[in-house]
Design a protein around this ligand. Structure first.
Ligand SMILES: N[C@@H](CCC(=O)N[C@@H](CS)C(=O)NCC(=O)O)C(=O)O
Length: 98
C-alpha cells in the first residue's frame, strides 16, 4: 500500500496542534471549544472514523482516554491539562515555539 500526499501531511507530528478525539465526548468538545475560541487551528484524528489510530495515540501519549492533545509533537494531556495551561498563561507561548 502506498502513502498518499494526505497520509504524509496528516502523519503524526506534522501539525502544530493535533487532537485524537471522538465525536461524542464532552472533554473533546470542550477542548475544541477552547481552541476555537482562541482561533487556534488543529488537526483532529477522529478515532470513530479511524479506530486503528487508537494504538498510535496510546503509544504517543501513554494514555487511553480522549482527547489526547499534542503541541509541536509533545503530548500535553487531555482537556483538563489544556485548560490548566491556558489558565496559567502557558498555552500561547507553547503554540508560538517553532
Ligand atoms: N481528564 C480527562 C478526561 C477524559 C475522559 O474521561 N474522556 C472520556 C470520553 S469523554 C474517555 O476517554 N473515556 C474512555 C473512552 O472513551 O475510551 C480530560 O480532561 O481529557
Amino acid at each position: 500500500m502506498s502513502l498518499t500526499a494526505k497520509d504524509v501531511a496528516d502523519s503524526p507530528g506534522s501539525h502544530v496542534v493535533e487532537i485524537y478525539a471522538k465525536t461524542f465526548c464532552w472533554y473533546c468538545r470542550a477542548a475544541r471549544r477552547l481552541l476555537d475560541a482562541k482561533g487556534v487551528q488543529y488537526h483532529e484524528i477522529n478515532l470513530g472514523k479511524e479506530p486503528a489510530r487508537r494504538v498510535e495515540m496510546i503509544e504517543r501519549s501513554l494514555a487511553a482516554t480522549v482527547p489526547q492533545i499534542f503541541i509541536h509533537g509533545q503530548c500535553i494531556g487531555g482537556y483538563d491539562e489544556l485548560k490548566a495551561l491556558e489558565e496559567k498563561g502557558l498555552l500561547d507561548p507553547m503554540l508560538k515555539v517553532g
